[in-house]
Design a protein around this ligand. Structure first.
Ligand SMILES: *Cc1c(COP(=O)(O)O)cnc(C)c1O
Length: 485
């Protein structure tokens, strides 16, 4: 069999890794993972690591979960894949039904949000939270009723953008063919998703290939674009969205956002009130709200879906990553009956949604996703998270007195700290200094996988992590930061 060094050599000979400057591997070779269990991963040398980032935000219930393994095995003995055009299968049907029920069930009452605020979960506890009124007469057609399958987060976003555009085209608004997105947003790496992206490091180089979007300010509280303080904030950063709408609403199909957390942009966490007000703006100016829950869906923020914190209903919802608990690629774009009806007609009217992928709604992935949802329900996963969420929040206090920590951010099962060169001026480290990479390497030596975004160190562990392990993970990060800086 291959020994470790042979594997590394072959890896570098044949594989071009994602989001990686391959030359970096001259000094830091890739870690060859052999197996995983729960919150831990083991490499081929036998080193054990705590998976502090859920293997790029996909894993929720832990690695090698017995029930998910069994669901996968069972489905593989029936049918591994079949097309979803003209055909269907039980896992896709059951999953779609469960998702529609889940999305409609989890429209929480204001009381629930009030309780959350008492627990200090909302960012700005002093601000009144108003539920958005979706116009009762329209409530049925604006309910989320349909599931469109694809196979990763980027394609779920492509589907949402195409659907939104085509919806307006087929509803008598052909001029509505542009989108608004936010600075610091990330919606995937295919070209449509990159067009609505707002992270220069990833996106700028592809600019000549992209379609034009209106870019609004990022709700980045620590570096507020409207120069507000958190304790007197009235979501002034949303004014930049309204300014665009005042002028161009007639040309705009929709706005796409990452709810509550701009994840890849640096774990930028913003208040639920932003979403409440944004929903109202969308209604006022007649544009669609596209809710990209790819990273936040399935419990990450402490509720099943992040939009529940704001008690709103989006027009389109993108789900991926945690949908299979991190097992297999699968995604959905969910939408309302109103949007669906704009496509429903005789074939020769040419209103079909011409989109699909070879592995649309793959049965293996769908079967695992169904089992995932059963586990959420039967094992009351959301409730079980609450003490861990508290623990994560209190563990972040360890960073409070470190000189270079400018900001500490937390929601649900996400914690993040932003490292700065100068706390008073918030001056960041230059990206060439690769502070994050250095900290990552130190943490790896100490048995933890964290993968900073620039100089933002974050924790996004699988939900099976224990309170003690949360302590260990954050301790390792503190030691690693101190040893680098
Ligand atoms: C990861 C991510 C995507 C892209 O999903 P892929 O499965 O990697 O294509 C889209 N939107 C958000 C918010 C994400 O975090």
């Amino acid at each position: 069999m291959n020994n470790y060094e042979d594997l590394v050599k072959k890896d570098l000979k044949y594989i071009w890794h994602p989001f990686t400057q391959m030359k970096d591997y001259e000094t830091d070779e890739p870690v060859i993972i052999d197996r995983g269990k729960g919150v831990y991963l083991w490499d081929k040398k036998g080193n054990k690591y705590i998976d502090g980032i859920s293997s790029w935000w996909v894993n929720t219930l832990g690695h090698s979960h017995p029930r998910l393994n069994e669901a996968l095995r069972k489905q593989s003995e029936k049918i591994e894949h079949v097309l979803l055009a003209g055909f269907s299968h039980e896992p896709a049907i059951e999953l779609a039904e469960r998702l529609v029920n889940l999305v409609n069930k989890n429209c929480h009452s204001e009381l629930a949000d009030y309780e959350l605020r008492l627990q200090g979960e909302l960012c700005f506890p002093e601000m009144p939270l108003r539920a958005s009124n979706q116009g009762d007469s329209e409530s049925n057609s604006s309910k989320i009723t349909k599931v469109f399958y694809s196979d990763n987060g980027s394609t779920a976003v492509e589907v949402a953008l195409k659907m939104a555009y085509q919806y307006w085209l087929q509803s008598g608004f052909p001029k509505k063919n542009k989108f608004i997105s936010l600075k610091n947003s990330y919606h995937g790496d295919t070209l449509g998703a990159v067009s609505v992206g707002g992270v220069d490091v990833y996106h700028k180089i592809y600019k000549p290939l992209l379609f034009e979007v209106f870019q609004a300010d990022s709700p980045y509280c620590y570096r507020c674009p409207a120069n507000c303080e958190q304790n007197s904030c009235h979501i002034e950063c949303l004014n930049s969205v309204e300014k665009i709408l005042e002028k161009y609403a007639e040309e705009i199909a929709g706005i796409i956002i990452e709810p509550l957390v701009q994840a890849a942009g640096g774990m930028i966490i913003y208040p639920a009130e932003y979403l409440v007000k944004l929903r109202k703006l969308c209604d006022k100016y007649n544009i669609l709200l596209i809710d990209d829950e790819v990273a936040m869906g399935f419990g990450r923020t402490g509720k099943m879906f992040a939009y529940e914190h704001a008690n709103i209903v989006p027009d389109l919802i993108c789900l991926a990553k945690g949908i299979t608990a991190g097992y297999l690629p699968l995604s959905v774009t969910m939408t309302t009956d109103k949007i669906y009806q704009a496509f429903y007609d005789d074939y020769d009217r040419m209103k079909t949604f011409f989109h699909g992928h070879s592995f649309t709604g793959n049965p293996l992935a769908a079967a695992v996703a169904v089992e995932n949802l059963k586990i959420f329900e039967e094992e009351k996963i959301i409730e079980s998270l609450q003490p861990k969420i508290k623990k994560l929040k209190s563990s972040l206090e360890k960073f409070r007195n470190i000189d270079c920590i400018g900001d500490i951010r937390h929601i649900g099962m996400i914690g993040a700290v932003e490292i700065v060169k100068n706390k008073a001026t918030k001056e960041p480290y230059a990206f060439e200094e690769r502070i994050g990479l250095k900290i990552y390497k130190e943490a790896l030596k100490r048995g933890a996988i964290i993968r900073p975004l620039g100089s933002v160190i974050y924790f996004m562990p699988p939900y099976v992590i224990t309170e003690e392990e949360i302590d260990n993970l954050t301790d390792i990060a503190v030691q690693s930061i101190k040893s680098v800086l």
